[in-house]
Design a binder for this molecule. Structure first.
Ligand SMILES: C[S@@+](CC[C@H](N)C(=O)[O-])C[C@H]1O[C@@H](n2cnc3c(N)ncnc32)[C@H](O)[C@@H]1O
Length: 453
């Protein structure tokens, strides 16, 4: 799974640690299996396991309580976030409307109105969400109540024949619409199994438990989106941007032709990568002052691989005076140094010979770092007799996402045993700051201080 191709702000670029989830959540533990290598995995073809994963991640990372019905599509979070973050990029590019509140429309919101709840929690956006399926409508209403999001999200029951027309308040100005349409053509789609263990054919990545009407429609996604484009023309005066996800690459060209025909003033396309699944995103507008074609592609550079990490090798010989030569002690010292720089942490890997933490800097604290280091050390030493490193709360439960809106730099530190007498320290840039240059500065700071008492 190549998670580095995800949107740069997608928190699941660093995959969740299944062992940690299994230890913390019994409802997830029952689906976790240990491989011979010791690695904890789940069966992604088992809808119940995928459902448990989405549910616990929503709880742990977004403080969202969700109950997904067994016979409905399971929303996987990496893809949903890739789409939402792209919409956010579009809004930044298109400049916000004069209104203070961001207002979106989600067409076909599904069983837990996944886009509205994530966007309301993460960004404070307001949503009108439509749903044609009775069960999904009811479950989405319950989700909103359970999470007290009534001020931000309104769910409305609509007919499967309508897209926008008649469903939205046309006296209101909306910033965008979203839609994850049924991808398949119902004429060529015969669901064979609805059991949790035997996923539907042709749709293994849906988590396998979707109802036919959620994922298939007459004429397939191109027909569905054609209707959406037609109706977008009719409400163009009250919506600035229209967007949709597309499930098949072959649908992108015919849909773009339809946009041209409909007189859209500009449009843009992107790809959403998550694991082994690729989806596409299309955005269009009828506003002449938004040139979507000029939107820069916000994708990880270097074919998604990002810049290579910076590596520094710590030798047993140099470490002698510092006690145990273990991955744990090198990581603790590293974290202690980063605490002096007022960084925040999230543990992402925790094996005996390999440990990693993601760090977030809210500001550039490493320029003039010699002076700051002295101050930081003094602060750390005040009022506690615990070893400094133990105070480093490498807390995997930190709701990093909730604070994510204002950060200066994000990176990853990987500490790994590379031989009997060597441990490597790798610094990977994720986002922000001066890119690799910031990582260079931080590594230099570590080299200067790692061996100090
Ligand atoms: C592929 S599912 C997407 C669900 C959810 N948005 C997600 O991403 O997980 C499509 C949803 O659209 C609903 N739907 C189909 N036609 C619709 C229409 N015309 N208006 C509103 N909802 C519709 C289906 O019932 C289904 O819940």
């Amino acid at each position: 799974m190549n998670s580095s191709l995800m949107h740069p702000r997608n928190p699941y670029r660093i995959p969740p640690d299944f062992k940690e989830l299994a230890l913390k959540f019994p409802e997830f533990r029952k689906h976790a299996k240990q491989k011979l290598s010791g690695k904890i995995e789940i069966d992604f073809k088992d809808a119940a396991a995928v459902r448990a994963l989405s549910t616990v991640l929503l709880k742990r990372d977004f403080n969202l309580q969700v109950e997904l019905p067994p016979d409905r599509l399971v929303p996987t979070l990496p893809l949903r976030l890739n789409y939402l973050l792209w919409v956010e990029d579009l809004l930044l590019f298109a400049k916000p409307s004069t209104e203070q509140i961001v207002r979106g429309i989600d067409i076909g919101t599904g069983a837990c109105c996944i886009y509205p709840i994530l966007a309301a929690r993460m960004k404070g956006w307001h949503f009108t969400a439509t749903e044609a399926d009775e069960t999904n409508h009811k479950c989405s209403l319950e989700t909103i109540e359970r999470n007290c999001l009534q001020t931000h999200v309104t769910i409305i029951k609509v007919t499967a024949e309508s897209m926008l027309n008649g469903n939205i308040d046309t006296t209101q100005l909306y910033d965008f619409t979203m839609c994850n349409p049924p991808f398949f053509d119902s004429d060529n789609f015969v669901p064979k199994s609805r059991s949790d263990k035997r996923p539907l054919p042709m749709c293994p990545k849906s988590g396998g438990s979707a109802s036919a009407s959620e994922i298939a429609v007459k004429g397939g996604e191109v027909k569905f989106i054609e209707k959406l484009i037609k109706e977008s023309q009719e409400v163009k005066s009250c919506v600035r941007l229209f967007t949709t996800m597309v499930g098949h690459k072959s649908s992108v060209a015919p849909i773009k032709a339809l946009l041209q025909e409909a007189g859209a003033s500009s449009w843009n396309e992107t790809e959403f990568y998550q694991g082994r699944t690729t989806r596409w995103g299309l955005a269009w507008t009828f506003c002449d002052n938004i040139a979507l074609a000029n939107l820069p592609q916000i994708r990880p550079k270097n074919n998604g691989k990002g810049p290579p990490p910076l590596t520094y090798t710590v030798s047993r010989e140099r470490w002698t005076s510092k006690g145990d030569f273990t991955v744990t002690s090198v990581l603790f010292k590293t974290v202690e140094l980063l605490i002096c720089l007022k960084m925040e942490f999230r543990k992402v890997k925790d094996k005996k010979d390999k440990k990693a933490v993601e760090f977030i800097a809210r500001a550039n604290t490493w320029s003039n770092q010699r002076r700051k280091l002295r101050e930081g050390k003094r602060l750390l030493e005040q009022g506690s007799d615990q070893p400094q490193a133990k105070k480093a709360k490498i807390d995997s439960d930190t709701h990093v996402q909730q604070k994510e809106r204002s950060f200066y730099l994000k990176g990853l530190i990987l500490v790994e045993e590379t031989g009997k007498d060597s441990i490597s320290l790798q610094l990977q840039w994720i986002e922000g700051g001066l890119g690799r240059e910031s990582m260079n500065q931080i590594l230099q700071y570590m080299k200067n201080n790692l061996f100090e008492k």
